[in-house]
Write a protein that binds this ligand. Structure first.
Ligand SMILES: Nc1nc2c(c(=O)[nH]1)N=C([C@H](O)[C@H](O)COP(=O)(O)OP(=O)(O)OP(=O)(O)O)CN2
Length: 172
């Protein structure tokens, strides 16, 4: 097995098998949100992407349900404040480093010196960040709605040209 691959996903909440329409709602935290994040992609040795560089990341979440709530909503746009706080904790003036980065000790030293706010992830890159956000927000939404709502996808965007999307692996 290739060592760079992320592990298989655990089972996220999925759309019930019942027939019927699916309602979707979306929430986007755009580039102006200030999620100013530094990447270190140590595996990209063929390109300059293994060098420290950064973007004001944007995140777009798509939620699905077959059953609207008492307000006729899929997921309340205003009920994601904890998600917004988590996004800031993870990606606002932080440096993302992979757990298997051979230079991890250097970054940990920068953190100790107060020169970097480190976030160690299983892997780094738009796809990996989308997967990481999916896992967190998927659990959050399922708990908030007693599994009435599921998370369909997360799109992470570096800028208007580059993005990656992670989709619910259990989608019908
Ligand atoms: N599928 C992915 N491809 C790349 C990622 C990624 O996260 N997922 N990341 C990078 C680099 O880190 C960087 O973000 C992009 O830099 P670059 O290769 O220079 O890409 P540009 O869009 O600036 O290239 P242009 O040729 O100017 O369009 C690379 N790939």
């Amino acid at each position: 097995m290739a060592t760079g691959l992320l592990s298989q996903p655990s089972s996220p909440p999925i759309a019930p098998a019942a027939a019927g329409p699916i309602y979707r709602s979306t929430k986007t935290y755009g580039h102006s949100e200030g999620l100013s994040c530094c990447f270190r992609q140590w595996r990209a040795t063929h390109s300059h992407c293994n060098l420290l560089h950064g973007y004001a990341l944007s995140f777009a979440f798509v939620f699905g349900t077959r059953e609207l709530d008492e307000c006729n909503w899929c997921f309340d746009f205003g009920d994601l404040k904890e998600v917004k706080a988590w996004l800031h904790h993870m990606f606002d003036h932080t440096t993302l480093v992979a757990a298997d980065d051979p230079h991890l000790p250097v970054f940990e030293s920068l953190q100790r010196t107060g020169l970097a706010e480190l976030r160690v992830l299983p892997a780094v890159g738009c796809e990996a960040v989308a997967r990481h956000a999916f896992d967190h927000v998927s659990d959050y939404v399922a708990k908030k709605t007693a599994a009435r709502v599921w998370l369909e996808s997360v799109e992470v965007r570096e800028h208007s040209g580059n993005s990656a999307i992670y989709c619910n692996p259990a989608e019908p």
